[in-house]
Design a protein around this ligand. Structure first.
Ligand SMILES: Nc1ncnc2c1ncn2[C@@H]1O[C@H](COP(=O)(O)OP(=O)(O)OP(=O)(O)O)[C@@H](O)[C@H]1O
Ligand SMILES: [Mg+2]
Length: 348
């Protein structure tokens, strides 16, 4: 189980003047800006759960992952991974044995070593018994389709190959929890789908707890049942995928095609603001109504349409998580222009 209690991470950045003189002066200055990258985050993740940790650029996602994996120490609050603090030197090693981390932006493999040797080294570091290691490595090679590049030095791998190799490295010691920070960044559609499939299989086979950050909402929809939305270092939402859609805009598009032109305006008059907008195509023979799902059901609208025109075809599409998140990020950007509580301070 993972538990975060009011976790904070503030970064201090010295204020630097311009030019050589400015740089020299800043050596003796006590002025600095404080970036509240993570500002009082609390949540609990149960064993075996899959959580999408999302938020706009700079919201503090990677900083949280780094704290949970013992790379950074929180400024305040407490993090417990299976009852242990990852950032305390005495407990760190025990935590490291139970977690696996992949940072999509940066490989954790040795650049000049072939994968076989890298994995051998990891086996020693994590003290994995020989037979268990062989079995697991073979399973991972199979699952992630890595046979063809096991002997190539890491620096020669393509991004997709490298990402799979990183994932295998993180899974070698059979961690209970896997942190994936943008694991599909820069991958082509096919490789991305294969990787997501593989993560799903790994999750099911080993019952791994998963915390995933990504900007690809399709990854979230395929891998996670719960989402935590971070907004300028604070948790904005924590709940199921369905709930997030409901809270931030339960809209759906209903496209009705008819033999005779449809009078969109009269439909909108009938239902008032429950019909958010409508757009006509094909000389009015096709009209797409965007409706507020909390005020009007698709059934009610269709009943009305069937009664008032000769409906030939109907197409219904729900607002995806993608559009919902777009709305949230837009609001966030308008509110704080992407800063995480930055301000100039003076020591003492
Ligand atoms: N080592 C550091 N020193 C100073 N500021 C930092 C440091 N690391 C992160 N920050 C700042 O903390 C904030 C949060 O950064 P973080 O990398 O956690 O964001 P993120 O949510 O992962 O964003 P992205 O989606 O772009 O990866 C940013 O404003 C960033 O500039
Ligand atoms: Mg990040």
């Amino acid at each position: 189980m993972i538990e975060l209690k009011n976790v904070q991470k503030y970064f201090k950045k010295p204020v630097r003047g311009k030019g050589v003189w400015g740089m020299f002066k800043s050596l003796f200055s006590r002025k600095y800006t404080v970036v509240k990258a993570v500002d009082g985050v609390s949540f609990t993740v149960r064993d075996g759960e899959s959580v999408g940790y999302i938020g706009a650029n700079g919201a503090g996602k990677s900083t949280t992952i780094k704290m949970m994996s013992g790379i950074l120490t929180p400024t305040g609050g407490e993090i417990l991974i299976d009852g242990k603090h990852p950032y305390k030197s005495k407990e760190r090693n025990a935590v490291l044995k139970t977690i696996g981390v992949v940072f999509g932006q940066k490989t954790q493999l040795w650049y000049d070593l072939p994968l076989t040797e890298t994995y051998d080294l990891l086996r020693y570091i994590y003290d994995v018994p020989d037979d268990e290691y062989k079995k697991r490595l073979n399973e991972l090679i199979e699952l992630l389709d890595m046979k063809s590049f096991m002997d190539a030095p890491v620096r020669t791998l393509s991004l997709g190959q490298r990402m799979r190799a990183d994932l295998a490295a993180a899974m070698l010691h059979n961690p209970k929890t896997l942190f994936l920070d943008e694991p599909t960044i820069g991958l082509d559609v096919l490789v991305k789908r294969n990787l997501v499939d593989a993560i799903n299989k790994l999750k099911k086979e080993y019952h791994t707890t998963l915390i995933l950050t990504t900007h690809a909402m399709s990854d979230i929809e395929l891998l996670c049942e719960r989402v935590i939305i971070l907004d300028a270092g604070k948790v904005l939402f924590d709940g199921s995928l369905d709930e997030v859609k409901h809270m931030f805009g339960d809209t759906r598009d209903v496209k009705v095609t008819s033999k005779a032109p449809i009078d969109g305006e009269s439909v909108q008059k009938q239902f008032g603001e429950a019909v958010i907008k409508y757009a006509a195509e094909d000389g009015g023979h096709s009209v797409t109504f965007t409706i507020d799902g909390t005020k009007l059901s698709t059934g009610e609208l269709l009943n009305y349409m069937f009664a008032h025109c000769e409906v030939a075809d109907v197409k219904i599409s729900e607002t995806g998580i993608e559009q919902v998140v777009e709305k949230i990020y837009e609001k966030d950007r308008a509110n704080n222009a992407g800063t995480n509580g930055e301000g100039v301070c003076v020591d003492g």
